[in-house]
Design a protein around this ligand. Structure first.
Ligand code: M6R
Length: 604
């Protein structure tokens, strides 16, 4: 996820910005840049890859803003590519003629704005959404000669989520800022009058004590010793522990990533879900022409997202869909035909088995799409098209937000293909889109729910095994719940289709066999209920997760009433993630780095 820093003061501005960006490295990025302004001297440096590349450039080419006792302003950014490749042109800060901007988030209406500004004579050099901000600012400044007015006019026109810092030669001692959707903090430095900005605490620790975490809709302007806000703000004291700050105050990266799912799926949908339609800039409609089957290939959690999608593709796009574990696919001598669209799913984009499967499909002449979190990763370079998850870096080895964003992307693809193939009514599409918009709400971690999972976890630290059971899309969700538990608790767990238990596994049922039953209200409730009753009759210990109370369960986790099974799906996902995490905590395991596992499996 992108990071922002800013500084006004009389220290070595470039050094401060670069050190600040280093503190944000843990969030992941693929390019970085800074811009500094001292009177009418403006310098910008950008580099692809690590911050040390940027640092080298700065050291070699500096002419201003490094010597103390000279006031200067500066802004910096680490970019995680979402619109356009990780190149220097696409790296921030973005330039107009006399101003620079850094931005986190997504400008949803950037295409319309770009068209308007291009007509007005502005020249764009990047593929990003961000560049429109600085051009819009200069467009308004050219009319009014008033930077504050121009900034206010600019932010009025932006749709989407954004936090912004802007510097301009027309007001060289100021930083204009705005926060809407993406985080931004402003802090008073420990030394006279200096002011710092950052998108999270880590760069500020040790340099400042008093901080304002800006609320959505708050903008302002800062100059040495002075910050003007558009609204009332609350000053607080900065925490002093850096690792704690990197985890945004959560105990583990996994916990942070579970909690941020509700926010990252908004980025996933942004610009793709518009009024009554789905739009993927990344896909040419012809990709689905002549296609009679979709084949999905992936590993681990990504495979579970693929399996979930197979139900949605058949149901919503009316297209046959098969899913294969990549390591199996590679050696089965698969029969591939050109009317098959090949989709790989991967958080990292580097998983060796999935990558090789993709190459096999390419060699056989199939069209391919990578659904991936890391731009410029190997899979994105091989596939014909890439749809990025926009989940930001995932640090916990146990994948969480990659799964939720993958499922959202694949669900949107199923709707997009359904509409393109004319098999989905406008009415049905409308209902599904409305439901998609409610996903962030279902992913929100309610404190009572987390507390319930924490308390229940103490009863599930032993036993001879867990069966997670569900039907339809809740079967892959059951697989995912079991995988999460295995990975971080080291307890044996299996995911199973609920209706299949009677064909063998039910022989294991006894009080020491824990059944975690996914019982959604809006998908085959009666069927799953009778499957769970069969297990209860054989004395298995049952933990039911459902919005409908179930008298035969030993433990019960109540989920919210909704009107769609996919909303139940996302809430149950959160329950399963929290449940595994709390069991792992009680067992004293390393939640973020479980034994024997690596985040990215680049070997066979
Ligand atoms: O990067 P990928 O999505 O291709 O990784 C696939 C699996 O290795 C990954 O999902 C793994 O199963 C996770 N540890 C699951 O939490």
């Amino acid at each position: 996820m992108c990071g922002i820093v800013g500084y006004i003061g009389n220290k070595n501005t470039k050094g401060i910005l670069i050190e600040g960006l280093k503190e944000l490295e843990y969030r992941g990025y693929d390019s970085a840049g800074i811009a500094v302004l001292q009177d009418d001297k403006l310098e910008v440096f950008k580099a692809v890859g690590k911050i040390k590349n940027l640092e080298e450039k700065v050291l070699q080419n500096t002419t201003c803003c490094v010597t103390p006792n000279e006031m200067s302003t500066g802004i910096g950014h680490t970019r995680w590519a979402t619109h356009g490749k990780p190149t220097e042109f696409n790296a921030h800060p973005h330039l107009g003629i006399y101003s620079y901007v850094v931005h986190n988030g997504i400008i949803e209406n950037y295409k319309e704005l770009k068209e308007e500004l291009t007509h007005a004579g502005h020249i764009f050099v990047s593929q990003t959404d961000t560049e429109v901000i600085v051009h819009l600012f200069e467009f308004y400044f050219n009319q009014s000669n008033d930077a504050q007015k121009a900034f206010d006019e600019t932010i009025k026109r932006l749709e989407g989520a954004y936090s912004i810092l802007l510097i301009t030669k027309s007001e060289p001692h100021k930083i204009f800022f705005m926060k809407h959707g993406s985080p931004l903090a402003v802090a008073k430095g420990n030394d006279d009058g200096e002011i710092y900005f950052a998108s999270s605490d880590a760069p500020l620790i040790g340099l400042a004590n008093d901080v304002v975490y800006l609320e959505d809709g708050v903008s302002g302007v800062a100059s040495v010793g002075n910050i003007e806000f558009s609204d009332e703000v609350k000053w607080t004291t900065l925490p002093q522990n850096k690792l704690f700050a990197q985890k945004d105050g959560y105990r583990f990266f996994m916990e942070k990533e579970i909690y941020e799912q509700k926010d990252v799926v908004i980025d996933t949908m942004m610009g793709r879900l518009k009024n009554d339609e789905i739009n993927f800039d990344e896909l040419d409609k012809s990709i689905i022409e002549g296609i009679n089957e979709i084949k999905i290939c992936a590993c681990g959690t990504s495979y579970h997202a693929g399996l979930t999608a197979s139900y949605l593709f058949e149901r919503l796009s009316k297209i046959r869909c098969t899913v294969e574990i990549a390591s199996e696919f590679r050696y089965k001598e698969p029969l591939l035909s050109k009317d098959t669209l090949f989709i790989v799913i991967s958080q990292s984009g580097e998983t060796a088995d999935t990558l090789e499967a993709l190459k096999m499909a390419k060699n056989a002449g199939l069209k391919s799409i990578a659904v991936c979190n890391v731009d410029n990763s190997s899979m994105t370079r091989v596939a014909d098209a890439t749809i990025l998850l926009r989940a930001g870096i995932e640090k916990g080895v146990a994948s969480t937000k990659a799964f939720s964003t993958q499922t959202v992307v694949l669900w949107m693809m199923a709707l997009y293909f359904g509409k393109t193939r004319n098999v989905l009514s406008t009415e049905k599409l409308k209902t599904e889109l409305q439901t998609l918009k409610n996903v962030p709400n279902s992913l929100k971690v309610e404190s009572q729910l987390h507390e319930k999972c924490r308390r229940l976890s103490k009863r599930y630290l032993h036993g001879h095994g867990f069966f997670f059971i569900g039907r339809d899309v809740f079967y892959p969700l059951a697989l995912e719940g079991a995988l999460k538990l295995k990975e971080i608790s080291y307890l044996h767990a299996e995911g199973y289709p609920a209706g299949e238990m009677k064909h063998g596994p039910i022989a294991l049922a006894d009080p020491e066999l824990f059944t975690i039953a996914l019982m959604p209200q809006h998908l085959h409730y009666d069927k799953i209920k009778s499957n769970v009753e069969e297990l209860s009759a054989r004395d298995s210990t049952i933990c039911a997760i459902s919005p409908i109370s179930f008298e035969l369960s030993d433990d019960f986790i109540l989920t919210a009433e909704t009107n769609h099974y996919m909303l139940e799906f996302f809430e149950m996902l959160v329950v399963l993630q929290l449940f595994s995490m709390e069991i792992s905590v009680r067992l004293g395991n390393d939640v973020d780095m479980p034994r024997n596992l690596a985040k990215s499996v680049t070997v066979e």
